[in-house]
Design a protein around this ligand. Sequence first.
Ligand SMILES: Cc1ncc(COP(=O)(O)O)c(C=O)c1O
Length: 422
Amino acid sequence: MKTPASLNFGHAPETIEFWKRLVREALSLSTPTPFYIFSALPIVERISELENAFTAAGFGTKNSKLKIQNWLSCKTQPVAPLLKWWREQNRPIEVVSEFELRAALKEGFAPEHILVNGPAKHHWLPKFDLRELAVNFDSPTELAKLLPRAKKLNWRCGVRINTSEEFDPESPQFPTQFGFTSDESVVALKKLLRAKVKIETVSFHLRSNISSAQIYERAITEVAEICRAAKFSPLNLDIGGGLPVRHVLTRGGKVFDGEFGLRAFAQKLRQAAKQFPGLREVWLENGRFLTTSSGALVVKILDVKERRGLRQLICDGGRTMNALTSLWEQHEILSLPERSGAETLTAVCGPTCMAFDQLARTPLPRSLRAGDHLIWLEAGAYHIPWETRFSHGHAAVLWHDENGLRRARELQTFENFWNQWK
Ligand SMILES: Cc1ncc(COP(=O)(O)O)c(C=O)c1O
């Protein structure tokens, strides 16, 4: 099956073959649909690309001790085998909730390899007596409530700063709800310095799919001014996530990563870091960039309809249950068996009773039929966190890494679906 001429997702032929091979293997294991397959191998590629760009820009070389640290954004892909695999690479994790912290601990992360972000954590973080955690405070109230614990437990503290580059992407005239304003940040940093706690980090996360490196640069300059005003020299500059996703198009057919070059980004960061004398590490918390291409969703066509010039494939998974991102994104769709020939405008629908449940509306071969499998690529980030149990149970999950392919979660049973009620 070919991508319609109008849409080019830019996948290498080897990538397409990789996913088809994995899905064939999953089907040969009688995996029930719908299911996701997540693989560590595309993550390895992304991480090395990122790290190579930073090395080329002079991070971690003989002349510069400045290092980068990649934190796994747990919220983006809270998948147990991924956490375990990441920990085995001796890499650290970023969490934003009690459940995520518990998951990180359960998968064996040491507290000093866990960074706690997110708003209002004074309501749950006191349940834990964990020493040496990295904690980025989010508000004056949170700081006041948690400061005694930060001191007692020797936390590595940071302050999240809400720069003027951070706004609600859907209504850019409004700021987000995260972090301290510039004035509050200066007060918070001075307070932490006076309290003689371990204050090490200044942090921001702007939003997802940041379109150019200059946006990061401007935010860093604002943060540097705040540090100067507070007479504070951070050891770590945490620039959050936000690197743009690849091989995904907007519903209007545009790429997200058009202007973004990783090498230029790393060089700009290297320059911008000079505004912080004594800086040791730049922290990155990328979710979409690292994990989007590490997953695929597989659904089966159950029924085919045609009306008013539109062919409709009714599948056992779709947007409502498995792929909320399809609301604003288009992803490449493959089929097994491969189908070709004349194409017609086709809606790929999920099984729920909502017109909303439409994974794609795009030209696809007329030869697709009930019983075929469709593979929705780039299902690795923000699919599991946004899955629903709308009329049906959760999909099965397979995990793939250097040790092969295995079932990591079963298709939800009716008992599991219903037994939560008392
Ligand atoms: C604090 C923080 N860090 C990192 C991320 C990951 O962002 P992205 O997936 O755009 O890289 C998020 C996403 O919401 C976030 O809130």
